[in-house]
Ligand binder design. Structure first.
Ligand code: ITT
Length: 199
């Protein structure tokens, strides 16, 4: 398949993961940052709404199909928060955010957590398709690991004893919320339910 796609993210950690996850498709992927596309305000109240907003903005500005991801870390002790507010909750200070989440988990004695990824493929003509990927696990009592980005040092996926940041990129790619959403997109592209070429 030869097609062009805009990866509508300004987050370098996400971009790296997408480039690797989408490599098997052999598509020419450009990032929204490289194209100088503006970052739309994330005004929706849920992951799918924000993913759609970002994908539509990029597809319309670039005149190309665009893929956007809205994702976040969800703690049971915070009723699923920070969730859609994950980036704002950390405000660039991840150690402080981790400390607040660990304190909440300890108080509630509730360590379950999950990542959510809403992936939206938008066409320049305004049609969209959205896929949701989840990864369940628990909060690490002490953040661990150097690999990855964002909340990776805080999350131990089910079936593992290491955090995402300790497992590293190659292992995360097999089990992550983003990989689960991309797998659905791949299936849709393979069976014709989604396309990268319509204008
Ligand atoms: P774009 O909107 O440009 O894609 P962003 O970082 O603002 O980048 P979001 O609004 O979707 O993206 O915020 C998601 C936040 O959730 C992200 O900044 C991380 O803090 C966290 N997050 C999402 N996926 C993650 C992952 O795989 N590992 C660690 N943290 C993740």
């Amino acid at each position: 398949m030869s097609a062009r796609l805009v990866i509508a993210t300004h987050n370098p950690g996400k971009l790296r993961e997408f480039q690797s996850l989408l490599a098997p498709l052999g598509i020419e992927a450009t990032s929204a940052g490289a194209l100088g596309l503006p970052e739309p305000d994330e005004t929706a109240s849920d992951f799918a709404g924000n993913a759609r907003l970002k994908a539509l903005a990029a597809a319309s500005a670039a005149g190309l199909p665009a893929l956007a991801d809205d994702s976040g870390f969800c703690a049971a002790a915070l009723d699923g928060g920070p969730g859609v507010l994950s980036s704002r909750y950390a405000a660039g200070d991840y150690p402080a955010a981790f400390a607040r989440i660990i304190a909440a988990a300890r108080t509630a004695d509730e360590w379950r957590a999950w990542f959510t990824c809403a992936l939206c493929l938008a066409q320049p003509n305004g049609t969209t398709q959205t896929y949701i990927g989840l990864a369940h696990g628990r909060i690490a009592q002490t953040p661990r690991g150097q690999d990855g980005f964002g909340y990776d040092p805080l999350f131990i996926p089910d079936g593992h004893i290491q955090t995402y940041a300790e497992l590293g990129h190659a292992a995360k790619e097999n089990i992550s919320h983003r990989a689960a959403a991309v797998a659905q997109l791949m299936a849709a592209l393979h069976n014709g339910a989604a396309t990268l070429t319509s204008a």
